[in-house]
Design a protein around this ligand. Structure first.
Ligand SMILES: [Zn+2]
Length: 98
């Protein structure tokens, strides 16, 4: 699964579209901290994928969820769902009558 290393989709101050610069082109806000958060989330998603490949599903889930808390993305959400499904394979199953 490919993951984008996109920083915030928009400036949190003025909502100008993010253009990959460390400073907002419209309002001049410093976006370095947000870029670092996005980069850290990217690394954590990579770790989640590695844990999945190694069969450590709980570690994968922990990393994927931590990444989403730092910088939520649609692909990161999908990764979290996959990790949750393999870490808790019986959750969400209907209860069988005793
Ligand atoms: Zn701005």
């Amino acid at each position: 699964m490919k993951d984008d290393l996109r920083s915030p989709a928009s400036c949190p101050v003025c909502r100008a579209r993010f253009r990959g610069a460390s400073q907002c082109s419209r309002c001049g806000a410093d976006l370095i901290a947000l870029m670092l958060l996005a980069a850290h989330a990217y690394v954590m998603r990579q770790a989640a994928r590695q844990s999945l490949r190694q069969g450590d599903f709980q570690a994968a889930l922990d990393s994927a969820q931590a990444a989403q808390r730092l910088h939520s993305t649609a692909k990161g959400s999908l990764l979290s769902v996959i990790c949750s499904a393999v870490a808790n394979p019986l959750s969400g199953q209907p209860q069988r009558p005793a």
